[in-house]
Design a protein around this ligand. Structure first.
Ligand code: ADP
Ligand code: 3PG
Ligand code: MG
Length: 404
């Protein structure tokens, strides 16, 4: 298990503290539709302020910036009002992202909390952020005395603001990121059984590493969502027009061959033409949710679970008529006694829509980052933070207790 210096190990008094957060929140018509990432970042920001930080400089990416036109729709300015509300104090927005202009923006700003514009604006200059440009990382590092990594959702990206910057400055981890990895590590490594993995969603390729990493540790792998059709096709069923990840049929066939007794697949599905058992799907039908018998079967498989990691929805849940399977399974998990970790961007937003936000052991703020971490692919930030962990300071005991 990784060991880190945390924000609590630093004397922040009078210091300029850079915090790399992940404020890449969904925005629709200029409004934030899910502010979970901002809400969960507040503890670290407040801690820095309460412990005397002279300045807190927040950095984050937002969306992808490939052309000049991408800038306006990906400006982090949209985050400022909600941030001010949550912190209950004014926040200065820093418009420039590098060079003397950035330095003078910072000098001219009076409030203690500053939010720099989208780090990916620097991608318009030879993709400096996304290509982990060391000069850019070094430049950003000069803006502060200490850098704290709290942007768990971006931890799988080796970019200048998540990787190289941290090589040039004293650094540690924030509360959000520490909680994420502690909970992922705890649930994957504790020795309670049955341990069940629930997978759904659209693409097998996104989940292969997770399956490979956890299949031997788990007692049961439940597969729903569009993903199930790739497995069913691999077993020779006609899946009609259902989504299939053809490149991964072989992977699914091998997995079924090796782990048939562990894997649970749908028995019936809701198609555009009503409920069908899996051996009765017609060529022009598309499977869009798990059927009622499958809901029962999956609940039986989950009934005595002690630990569950769930990622991906059971159907095309954005359409109410195909949301039943997801609502039933996530509702069942929410009311069960099992320790349940929910990961994935679309899955987190589905459980919020179902009104289940506070009903789980943990809902991760990460999408790709959580899957990569569960798959054992850790971004370089964790190695950098680890090598910066010379001492434990006052948190040695707490770190050990958290398993971090
Ligand atoms: P996450 O973002 O949580 O990792 P995914 O992106 O893998 O989850 O999966 C969620 C998406 O999968 C949802 O947008 C949902 O509409 C889609 N999906 C699930 N089942 C089906 C299906 N049977 N047919 C089409 N789309 C599906
Ligand atoms: C996410 O939303 O998953 C993270 O913020 C990472 O964003 P990215 O996929 O654009 O790098
Ligand atoms: Mg998704």
């Amino acid at each position: 298990m990784l060991e880190f210096k945390t924000i609590e190990d630093f004397d922040l008094n009078g210091k300029k503290v850079i915090i790399r957060v992940d404020f890449n929140v969904p925005v629709k018509d200029g409004k934030i539709t899910d502010d979970n990432r901002i809400v969960k970042s507040i503890k670290t920001i407040k801690y820095a302020l309460d412990n005397g930080a002279k300045e807190v400089i927040l950095m984050s990416h937002m969306g992808k910036v490939k052309k000049e036109e991408d800038k306006a729709k990906n400006s982090l300015r949209v985050v400022v009002p909600r941030l001010e509300e949550l912190l209950n104090m004014p926040v200065d927005f820093i418009e420039h992202t590098s060079g003397n202009e950035l330095i003078s923006d910072l000098k001219n700003s009076n409030n203690r909390v500053k939010l720099m514009e989208n780090t990916r604006y620097e991608d318009l200059n030879n993709k400096r952020e996304s290509k982990n440009d060391d000069n850019l990382g070094r430049h950003w590092a000069t803006l502060g005395d200490i850098a704290i990594f709290d942007g768990f959702g971006a931890s799988h990206r080796d970019h200048a603001s998540t990787s190289s910057m941290f090589k040039h400055i004293e650094c540690g981890i924030g509360f959000l990121a520490l909680e994420e990895i502690s909970k992922i590590e705890e649930i994957t490594n504790e020795n309670t059984h049955p341990f069940v993995i629930v997978m759904g969603g659209a693409k097998v390729s996104d989940k292969i590493a997770v399956i490979n990493n956890l299949i031997d540790k788990c007692d049961k792998l439940i597969i729903g969502g569009a993903m199930a059709f790739t497995f069913l096709k691999a077993l020779g069923y006609n899946v009609g027009k259902s989504l299939v990840d053809d490149e991964h049929i072989e992977f699914c066939r091998d997995l079924m061959h090796k782990y048939a007794s562990k894997i649970s697949l749908p028995f019936d599905v809701v198609t555009n033409n009503g409920v069908k058992t899996i051996n009765n799907i017609l060529d022009d039908e598309m499977g869009l949710d798990i059927g009622p018998e499958t809901v029962k079967l999956f609940k039986e498989n989950l009934a005595d679970a002690k630990r569950v990691i769930a990622n991906g929805t059971m159907g095309k849940n954005e359409e109410e008529k195909y949301a039943v399977g997801s609502r039933e399974i996530y509702g069942f998990l929410a009311s069960s006694d099992a320790k349940v970790l929910v990961g994935g961007g679309d899955t987190a937003s589905a459980v919020n829509d179902f009104g289940l936000t506070n009903k789980f052991y943990h809902i991760s703020t990460g999408g790709g980052a959580t899957l990569e971490y569960l798959g054992g692919n850790l971004g370089s930030i964790f190695e950098i933070l680890k090598s910066s962990s010379v001492t434990y300071g006052k948190n040695k005991k707490r770190n050990k207790e958290a398993g971090a």
